[in-house]
Design a protein around this ligand. Structure first.
Ligand code: 0O2
Length: 219
């Protein structure tokens, strides 16, 4: 678990770089917050059992991709793909698997972008490549997934059909909300650009007027 903890720290450093770089050049913070977790021993054993694997360290390393997990929560849906692009560009991050549940939501309604990466971790003069699962989602997606995880996801009984149907309906509402916020953001950006152009042209007119007054010897 110590090694997975170190791997998480490596990925967190990269996320900090993405955040700093994007904010510096775009004056916009594409990350709302980041959460990390190490999978609990119970959860690891359950997953191995589900996958019909013996509970050995070797199977843990080979079968379980999300012992170390990091979740990046972005303000807008479009930020997810910006962050994915950055992650793919790091030379020392090896992306081994990607699942796009944003474009193709799960049957449950779950949406999120998953990446399994390998990062180099230095231990006792040795470098090991350690797996970390990165989940990238918007604030709205996270709202749905966190609540659904609490109230239903791990429910193993026979839930009445209407519960999963209602949860799927909620996921659709969340998706509509995400699209609406995206288009509102674009509209706001357009307004700001127009305002900026207007300010610039007013400033130019004013400075031309001043130049003319200087030329005419009025100032
Ligand atoms: P927890 O408690 O969050 O850790 P893989 O072996 O990587 O190919 P795997 O592990 O079966 O595939 O998983 P997948 O489909 O990539 O999704 C794994 C994680 O995504 C889950 O981890 C959840 O965190 C999240 N997830 C997937 N489906 C749902 C869903 O329907 N609802 C919610 N709320 N989360 C979901 P764990 O280990 O199951 O749970």
């Amino acid at each position: 678990m110590y090694i997975y903890g170190l791997a998480l720290k490596e990925v967190e450093k990269k996320i900090d770089i993405i955040r700093y770089d994007y904010e510096y050049f775009n004056k916009y913070d594409s990350i709302d917050h980041v959460m990390t977790r190490i999978k609990s021993p119970e959860s690891i054993l359950n997953k191995l059992k589900k996958d019909e694997m013996e509970p050995t360290y070797k199977n843990l390393v080979s079968d379980i991709n999300d012992v170390a997990g990091i979740r990046i929560i972005c303000p807008l849906k479009s930020d997810i793909f910006t962050i994915r692009k950055y992650i793919r560009e790091f030379n020392d991050i090896n992306v081994i698997k990607e699942k796009d549940f944003v474009t193709h939501p799960k049957e449950s309604g779950y949406t999120s972008y998953h990446m399994v990466v390998k990062v180099p971790v230095a231990i006792d003069n040795d470098i090991s490549m350690v797996k970390v699962e990165i989940q990238i989602r918007s604030l709205a997606m996270d709202f749905w997934a966190s609540l659904e995880h609490k109230i239903y996801y791990k429910f193993e009984g026979d839930a009445p059909d209407y519960i999963s149907r209602d949860l799927r309906e909620c996921a659709e509402m969340v998706s509509t909300l995400d699209e609406k916020m995206l288009s509102l953001n674009e509209a706001i950006q357009e307004c700001l650009e127009k305002q900026e152009e207007l300010n610039m042209s007013t400033k130019t007119k004013e400075s031309n007027r001043q130049d003319q007054r200087v030329l005419q010897g009025l100032d």
